[in-house]
Write a protein that binds this ligand. Structure first.
Ligand code: UDP
Ligand code: MG
Length: 332
């Protein structure tokens, strides 16, 4: 049950966002100030940026009493950075938002309203996406549809990571220790009362996307292989079909060998069969490899992220690193 004046946490992952960060902070804080109803903390996670993001975050921290900055030891990726933010968030409700102003901070008020009505997860649904290339739009469409076909959880179409989570939802996410994280899938998996909120996604305010094709592909593969074992079943099915075909082929060649005289088989048929089988087998190994690779990274039990430094709200200097690692124990 929401308290009278509950704390709201905003989690903002930043990777090389120097061009737009100040604007992001001022739009975010003015949207939050306009809400009046809530106290808030803004948590920036510097995900191993190589540009001036770290310095800008230091100055934002120095200038504002409600800003916490978490510096990770290197680039751990968007999903790990958001998880780092969730770990330090203390609010009764937590909003995850990108630093590039593609998701309007002004929507947070509506999200809070729905949260007050009792929804534990309020996720943004992109009704339109200005300023994004054809390929990105097309690949996102394919991604959401494919993942919903294959996986047990229904990830709402066109929802991203821009969402509000109730404390219970945050705790649930943090209790999921997996290394390959697709937070939008996980926050759909946890259940609770969920609702979508439609909005128009703006173009990036500044800078360029930090999701090149490689990272996008990784995210998509995580979505599929972390939420579904259907590909494994497909391998079995494929095995059954090819075994059936092989049995028929053996039978056929025996019949030809025994009952006819023209039994010299064609070379082309043979080579085609060998190549096809080779290809199918490799594909199956690849699919098995995806799961085995994931088991391997899970079993190593490495932390999801490592923290170099935290600048606490209102604190003049940063906490000692060891002190901080104590209360920032990454998801266990
Ligand atoms: N981001 C991050 N670590 C990364 C990649 C991205 O923290 O390795 C942050 C980035 O700074 C931004 C958010 O994640 O705040 C979303 O990234 P981006 O806007 O590049 O993704 P897109 O909107 O193009 O899908
Ligand atoms: Mg973006």
């Amino acid at each position: 049950m929401p308290q009278a004046n509950p704390l709201l946490s905003i989690v903002v992952p930043c990777y090389n966002e120097e061009e737009g960060l100040r604007e992001c902070h001022s739009r975010l804080t003015s949207a939050l100030d306009a809400l009046c109803a809530s106290q808030y903390e803004v948590i920036y996670i510097n995900d191993g940026s190589r540009d001036g993001t770290g310095e800008i975050l230091r100055s934002l921290h120095a200038a504002s009493a409600c800003t916490r900055v978490v510096m990770l030891s290197r680039n751990f990726g968007h999903q790990a950075a958001v998880t780092a933010g969730l770990t330090t968030a203390r609010g009764q409700s937590v909003v995850m938002i990108d630093a590039d102003l593609q998701d309007p901070p002004e929507l947070i008020g509506e999200m809070l309203e729905l949260w007050r009505q009792g929804f534990e997860v309020v996720y943004g649904v992109r009704e339109s996406r200005a300023g994004e290339g054809r390929f990105k739009l097309w690949s996102a469409r394919v991604f959401y549809r494919l993942i919903n076909r294959l996986s047990d959880v229904e990830i709402p179409l066109d929802s991203g990571d821009f969402r509000l989570l109730d404390r219970r939802a945050v705790e649930s996410l943090l209790s999921m220790p997996e290394r390959h994280r697709l937070l939008r899938g996980m926050s759909s998996w946890i259940g609770f009362r969920q609702i979508g909120l439609k909005y128009a996604r703006a173009p990036r305010f500044a800078g360029s996307t930090k999701y090149p094709l490689r990272k996008m592909l990784n995210l998509a593969l995580d979505g599929i292989f972390s939420f579904s074992t259907v590909p494994l079943r497909l391998v079995t099915l494929l095995g059954l079909v090819t075994a059936g075909m092989a049995a028929a082929g053996i039978l056929y060649s025996l019949v030809v060998r025994i009952f006819t005289t023209h039994w010299v088989a064609g070379w082309a048929t043979l080579i085609l069969a060998v190549l096809l089988m080779g290809g199918v087998e490799m594909l199956c190994f690849g699919i098995l490899g995806e799961y085995i690779g994931r088991i391997y990274t899970e079993i190593k039990q490495r932390p999801l992220f490592l923290v170099r430094e935290v600048l606490e709200p209102g604190a003049p200097s940063s906490l000692d690193r060891r002190e901080l690692q104590k209360h920032l124990d990454p998801v266990v």
